[in-house]
Design a protein around this ligand. Structure first.
Ligand SMILES: [Zn+2]
Length: 256
């Protein structure tokens, strides 16, 4: 691991993501956790539907992916790398919309971030090869980090894949094909393995071991505890000499 250059502490709010398989209950549990908070974070809904419902570029890109994948629940259109880059562009768009919130010290919680893209697209690039998929997922995260800063904290909600499948089918009133169910099982495993590669950024709620009350409590504690000692946010394509995306100060201690 390389040592990052020292960066001054920033007055910005933390960027937190909630990740996990369809039907794992991440939105439900995150909303319950936030309900119990007195200071509410800004909530950024899954893939780009702005909190105020205003369609924007992110929604337009998502619409293109939906059209190209002809109703596939995982937006698979047959060109995984092109789709990965579009999904990363959507997540960049989402970040752009909340930079003013972060800058005034607000916590932001995004439902699904770049980890979902890394997991799903890595599986598509390496069907039947979980180890190669893990390596590519890590590489895709590095690519995503050149588009936009990664979240300060990522909360992964996980469970037995068959249980998540039942919830997802009930919620979406659909029946997944065997192939789609298999894809979910593989994604479940890869999410967990990817989270284990970065214990600093990830917190994992495993519903096989905690009930929904404990799960919501954990998520509330983590959201509450994020922030306070955050470094300035570097625009990745500009490098460390650039001004912080939030407070505008130089992001290298030496340059301050
Ligand atoms: Zn800053």
């Amino acid at each position: 691991m390389t040592t990052a250059p020292a960066r001054p502490l920033c007055s910005r709010g933390p960027l937190i993501s909630a990740e996990g398989l369809n039907g794992v209950g991440k939105t439900y549990l995150t909303n319950r956790a936030v309900d119990a908070l007195t200071t509410k974070p800004v909530m950024l809904d899954e893939f780009s539907e702005r909190a105020n419902g205003r369609p924007g570029l992110g929604e337009a890109l998502l619409h293109a992916l939906r059209e190209a994948s002809i109703g596939d629940p995982f937006l698979r259109g047959g060109t995984p790398m092109a789709e990965a880059l579009l999904l990363m562009a959507i997540k960049r768009h989402d970040l752009d919309t909340v930079v003013p919130d972060l800058a005034r010290g607000q916590a932001v919680v995004e439902g699904r971030s770049v980890d979902t893209t890394a997991v799903c697209q890595a599986l598509l690039l390496h069907p039947g090869d979980p180890d190669a998929a893990l390596k590519t997922a890590v590489d895709l995260l590095a690519l995503a980090a050149s588009y936009r800063p990664l979240p300060d904290l990522t909360i992964l909600v996980t469970d037995d894949a068959p249980k998540a499948l039942v919830r997802a089918q009930w919620r979406d009133r659909c029946v997944f094909t065997d192939e789609q169910a298999q894809f979910m099982r593989e994604a479940c495993e890869l999410f967990e393995r990817l989270a284990a590669t970065d214990p600093v950024r990830y917190r994992v709620v495993d519903r096989r071991h905690v009930d929904e009350f404990e799960a919501a409590d954990l998520i509330r504690e983590w959201i509450q505890g994020a922030g306070g000692d955050l470094a300035c946010l570097v625009e990745p394509w500009q490098g460390p000499e650039a001004a912080c995306m939030c407070c505008g100060r130089p992001t290298l201690e030496a340059a301050a």
